[in-house]
Design a protein around this ligand. Structure first.
Ligand code: HEM
Ligand code: HEM
Length: 191
């Protein structure tokens, strides 16, 4: 298995002191990898619809789907994934809740998929369009609130694992090389 493929699938509550991310030596949490992959998939879908709209102007009616796949899909999912990876490492403490982050992945992506379905159905006047858009929007909003809460609690002073001893320290500067001075024997007090 390639190094970058190593993701964490468990949710231990005990955070090893030497590893503030709590990933037990794995490179990324499952939800971080999943957010990054989802972001890339949404980008591919967004630009495909963008090109389709450019080529076939009548499909311009689907632009809200394009906008949200690009901004809520690509941009926001990328930010969720990168933030969940780097913020605990910047702070040297564990994420407030990795279980909530996993649930958030499903809410954010399921919600956006429903929103896109609603935006695509709407121009045809399908009755399901508004319920899909409303449910998807509410789910995607819950995902965003979960992210806000999780990161806020991670940033808060007194957050789990926030003891100063767990803060990463910069490597100490190497001691200056000894200058050519008198031989050791010259330091001995012969008196
Ligand atoms: C190959 C890539 C892309 C193509 C061909 C494309 C194409 C289009 C087209 C044809 C429209 C409709 C313009 C109109 O009818 O007024 C549009 C709108 C839009 N696109 Fe893209 N797009 C691409 C990538 C992106 C990306 C990566 C983003 C954001 C990250 C983005 C954000 C938007 C937004 C926000 C609008 C709505 C603008 C408005 O409010 O009028 N697009 N795009
Ligand atoms: C839960 C999350 C969200 C929901 C439910 C939502 C819903 C909506 C809805 C219903 C519209 C009106 C579309 C129309 O009828 O034409 C809209 C427009 C828009 N949204 Fe969102 N949105 C969400 C998140 C976002 C985010 C995170 C961004 C950007 C980062 C964004 C960017 C936009 C833009 C640029 C438009 C205007 C498109 C245009 O008409 O030019 N939305 N959104």
């Amino acid at each position: 298995m390639a190094r970058g493929d190593r993701v964490h699938r468990g949710y231990p509550h005990a955070i090893p002191h030497s590893n503030p991310s709590g990933t037990d030596g794995d490179i990324m949490d499952w939800f971080v990898m999943a957010f990054l992959k989802a972001s890339l998939a949404w980008l591919a879908l967004a630009v495909s619809l963008g090109v389709a709209m450019a080529v076939h102007p009548a499909w311009g009616v689907y632009y809200p789907a394009h906008v949200h796949m690009a901004l809520l899909g690509f941009v926001t999912m990328m930010i969720y994934g990168v933030a969940y990876h780097v913020i605990p490492r910047f702070l040297g403490r564990s994420l407030h809740s990795r279980r909530l982050a996993t649930w958030q992945w499903w809410a954010s992506n399921g919600g956006l998929a429903l929103m896109v379905a609603g935006f695509v159905m709407r121009p045809s006047g399908l009755a399901l369009a508004t319920p899909a858009l409303a449910a998807g929007g509410a789910l995607a909003a819950c995902g965003a609130y979960a992210f806000v809460y999780n990161v806020w609690r991670t940033l808060a002073p007194g957050a789990r694992g926030a003891a100063p001893a767990r803060r990463p320290t910069l490597p100490m500067a190497a001691p200056p090389a000894p200058e050519a001075g008198p031989p050791d024997s010259a330091m001995i007090d012969h008196a």
